[in-house]
Design a protein around this ligand. Sequence first.
Ligand SMILES: *Cc1c(COP(=O)(O)O)cnc(C)c1O
Length: 412
Amino acid sequence: MADQQGLSIGGRTARSLVEEFGSPLYVYDGSVIERQYHRLADAFSEVKLRLLYAMKANSNIAILKKLHQLGAGVDAVSRYEVDTALRCGIPAEDILFTPNCVSFEEIVGVVDKGVLINIDNISVLEQFGQLYGDKPCAIRINPHIVGGGHAHIQTGHIDSKFGISIHQIRHVMRIVKAYNMRIEGLHMHTGSDILDAGTFIAAADVLFDLAVDFPDLQFIDFGSGFKVPYRPDDIATDVEQLGQKLSRRFLDFCSEYGRELELWFEPGKFLVSESGYLLTSVTVIKQTPSCVFLGTDSGLHQLLRPMLYDAWHTIVNAERTEGTERIYTVVGCICETDTLGADRRLVEAMEGDILAIRNAGAYGFAMASTYNSRPRPAEVLIESGEARLIRRRETLDDILALQGDVQEGVAG
Ligand SMILES: *Cc1c(COP(=O)(O)O)cnc(C)c1O
């Protein structure tokens, strides 16, 4: 995707994007979002598939609307995500609320808007049954199947705070029976990085075994876990293979169950990660006794994953695609150890060059903060070669506005 003018994203050079919208800048290639959506939909074409976009990955409303137009519903984890989706015109029946450790009050507020809830603990299950009786809901199960991935993003293991343990199922059944509850869905989300179809199907079998005891099911929701490549040699989830194997297993289950159910997924990263780039400018090249730092105008406040999860994001010199490569440690401008990538080979950079950090579409801007009082970057979506500003750059005024008059403070 490179030529003499450097890296091109959706038909626009990184340089022209930064000249038009400034640096640092989040850029999303809409065609990649479409490609990923269709890839998943095609892989599961044999079953009644429903894709709910896990909007926490990237909650920009232009992306939300785009995915809804493509046919996705929304998986929301807070009342604010639910309200964002509703305000985008996404109907309540296209939203699933999958919160963890939120107050019962928050749950009631969302459920009263007509949104289906995915219940994640026994306490809420009991309160929901008492208050709503047979109003439909879903149950989030922790099957204790552990996939790959970084320790912070596995949710199936025994210490996880997510879901109701499979070992508590008898108590679940007691509550469901006592309040005559209508369980329309069973759900699991085992973790963020699952590599092989085998692990997925092992967890699926746990849900199938349970499902026969729930006569009102409409769907089984397998959460997410789709891994996308971050490093050049990373293994990605083979969605075509997973689609074949899981669909077959699912249809077998449905004939056992006696009815064809819907198969749901809640992908976040898979749909948006590869569409996104964080463009950042080299501010300072600093040689130290240990390495050469490429200092940039971005940092952990705008892309937290490297520091939070030890995540690897490929970084390229977006201006020069050919030339001698050098080893750099790419860092941000935050007063904190703020490494975006250590010991990276990049085409020799000059101060002022633009770097592109790849796979920045998921958990990039969504996790950005104003740490060091730095306003958050703008976001741009490219569709059919047209770059559209989908969030203006934040300003210091935006940040200070919440604190009232600068002289007087909020109380003034
Ligand atoms: C975060 C999350 C997802 C999405 O995970 P990805 O790895 O981004 O695909 C799906 N479902 C639930 C309940 C989540 O919390």
